[in-house]
Ligand binder design. Structure first.
Ligand code: 13P
Length: 283
């Protein structure tokens, strides 16, 4: 069933687990995520980035997400990942997304507050949950690049002011993760997660979570992270599935056969993540 992001994250916060938010681009990916969620009885978030919307078209991606959610035996939210402009967010709300991220992290604090607040007022009026970002997360997520020098960690006091003034439902924080493939092992600033959680009562969100060791993710969850975004690890699993199949079957021409192992590998990876997040049997 299709539910709001807030509903999922408040339950996760109450029970001390995290909901996986997995990026979607096509039907096989959506199916892999939903099957993993159903087989593990996990609540889940399907998230479409602006790149995914550009690739598939808003009608297709919204229809895929909503159809999957409607038929799923577990609660599913449909979320816009890294919405960077007001119009994009409104289009997603009109297309039935139940959660949107408005990413004003490129702006100075005052401007980020004003930019985010405008979206929150409208989204709240129509029952859609809102995620915002404070601090800058490095790396590239679908065309949006923040280099390591530009990345800045979230300040706990600014987080209090930001949440109070915007009324946002959950907050993405910059605490040492990055989008994309890591060069070395990422070092999370656990003290900062705790300091933010001690001051801010809403669920916190971790971006760039692919490649972060399971123990670090579990610790982050225990300190207040309740939405974990995963894209790169799924891409790697999908690509590996396609490459292996084509290598073993160089004459393959049926897209269904070529994509089946990719979907299966992705599904296993998602189930692994759901175990780590503690969302298994929480649907
Ligand atoms: P990764 O690609 O590092 O998993 O990050 C995904 C993400 O944070 C999407 O917003």
């Amino acid at each position: 069933m299709l539910v709001t992001g807030k509903e999922l994250l408040l339950d996760a916060q109450k029970k001390g687990y995290a909901v996986g938010a997995f990026n979607i681009n096509n039907m096989e990916i959506v199916q892999a995520i939903i099957e993993a969620a159903e087989e593990t009885n996990s609540p889940v978030i399907l998230q479409a980035s602006q790149g995914a919307i550009k690739y598939a078209g808003i009608d297709y991606i919204a229809a895929l997400g909503k159809t999957a959610a409607k038929n799923a035996k577990v609660p599913v939210a449909l979320h816009l990942d890294h919405g960077t402009d007001f119009e994009q967010v409104m289009v997603c709300i009109r297309h039935g997304f139940t959660s949107v991220m408005i990413d004003g992290s490129r702006f100075p604090l005052e401007e980020n507050i004003a930019f985010t607040k405008r979206v929150v007022e409208i989204a709240k009026a129509v029952g859609v949950s809102v995620e915002a970002e404070l601090g800058k997360i490095s790396g590239t997520e679908d065309h949006i690049t923040v280099n390591e020098r530009e990345a800045t960690f979230t300040d706990p006091d600014e987080a209090v002011r930001f949440v109070d003034e915007t009324g946002v439902d959950y907050l993405a924080i910059a605490v040492g993760t990055a989008h994309g493939v890591y060069k070395g092992e990422p070092k999370l600033d656990f003290d900062r997660i705790k300091a933010i959680r001690d001051k801010v009562k809403i669920p916190l969100v971790l971006h760039g979570s692919s490649g972060v060791p399971a123990e670090a993710l579990k610790k982050a969850i225990s300190l207040g992270i309740h939405k974990i975004n995963i894209d790169t690890d799924l891409r790697i699993a999908f690509a590996e599935g396609v490459k292996n199949y084509v290598k073993e079957n160089p004459d393959a021409i049926d897209p269904r056969k070529i994509l089946a192992p990719a979907k299966a590998m992705m599904k296993e990876k998602i189930k692994e993540k759901m175990e780590i997040f503690g969302s298994v049997n929480k649907a």
